[in-house]
Design a protein around this ligand. Sequence first.
Ligand SMILES: NC(=O)c1ccc[n+]([C@@H]2O[C@H](COP(=O)([O-])OP(=O)(O)OC[C@H]3O[C@@H](n4cnc5c(N)ncnc54)[C@H](O)[C@@H]3O)[C@@H](O)[C@H]2O)c1
Length: 341
Amino acid sequence: MKISTTPADFAREIACHSRIFVIRDERIDPERCAGWLPPSATLLGTCTLPSGEQAKNMNSIGMSWKALMQAGADRNTLLCAFGGGSTTDAAGFIGSTFKRGMPVALVPTTIVGMVDAAIGGKTGINFEGLKNQIGTFSSPIAIGIHPIWLETLPKGEQLSGWMEMLKHCYIDGEASVEWAHATESFDDIAAMIPDSARVKLRVVEADPEERGMRKALNFGHTVGHALEAVALEAGRPIAHGLAVGFGMAFALRASVELGAGLREEQADEAVERLRFWLASTPLPEAEPDALWAAMLHDKKNRDGVVLEVWLADWGQPRWDEPLKKEDFLRIWSKTRAEFAR
Ligand SMILES: NC(=O)c1ccc[n+]([C@@H]2O[C@H](COP(=O)([O-])OP(=O)(O)OC[C@H]3O[C@@H](n4cnc5c(N)ncnc54)[C@H](O)[C@@H]3O)[C@@H](O)[C@H]2O)c1
């Protein structure tokens, strides 16, 4: 799979398709989509999805299937989607199920979409109030990423994406971490998006079924998901990437304390950078016992044991590491104190 970094290159990648149907996030300007499509192709139709998670409900999916039907789309029609991870997750699902599957191409417009959601072939929609309960594995035929979309992307969304980019740096290696730790402003981030996307691509191509290395992409996500769930239940939701930022601080400290190999000074420096980036993000109020209860529902667990990802060094993740409740409570209490205001 190739990641195109210009509209012209992306248009060339999909030029073998003569009929295209576009799905886009309602916040994406349709004029900005035109340059990504080959001039020779016929635009069969367009449908917009509501902003955010609303794109991933049955209503939006049904409406899109209907629009595809009315436009006369068939299994050779290319479905091309423009939007963040919510749109690309939904479009991937719509495309992989309509008439038992049509080709899909993705142009993610958020950082989370560019470096994470659009890559790896996981599609998904929410069901009965739960995230990503229904979905398929289906890879897009082309992905196009470009920093132009960041011009309109709110800063909070950029920060959320930057946290996932930081995670890629930690699992990539020392040079990436050095660059990440020297970065102080969003202006410097855009240039690294393609490299960050390629970190995920490399991992998922090496381990598409998540039997080993792909699990490393969950670094910081066990506590991150638990924080997200508890905050949501309390009616004060936190963006996924920001929750992962706090989760990574925990995982960095645990990597040292539980002897995975990361050195204390490495964790100190990384946690200091996380404190810098998350300075205006309040840590969700959550009872440690409630967090642990949420962690017991993590999809990565086996036989009731919470399995974590630690770092032996930059670029050396270790997955399937069992975490005991007493270790979580001790290390989380220290991590929480580091983010107290
Ligand atoms: N499939 C996967 O492997 C995978 C991985 C990570 C995340 N995800 C999914 O991705 C979703 C989160 O993605 P996200 O963080 O991109 O959120 P999102 O798609 O919900 O977008 C966030 C907000 O930004 C707006 N937006 C998008 N692009 C914009 C732009 N260029 N300018 C202005 N506003 C813009 C959207 O309308 C929305 O309000 C979640 O549903 C998550 O489950 C999937």
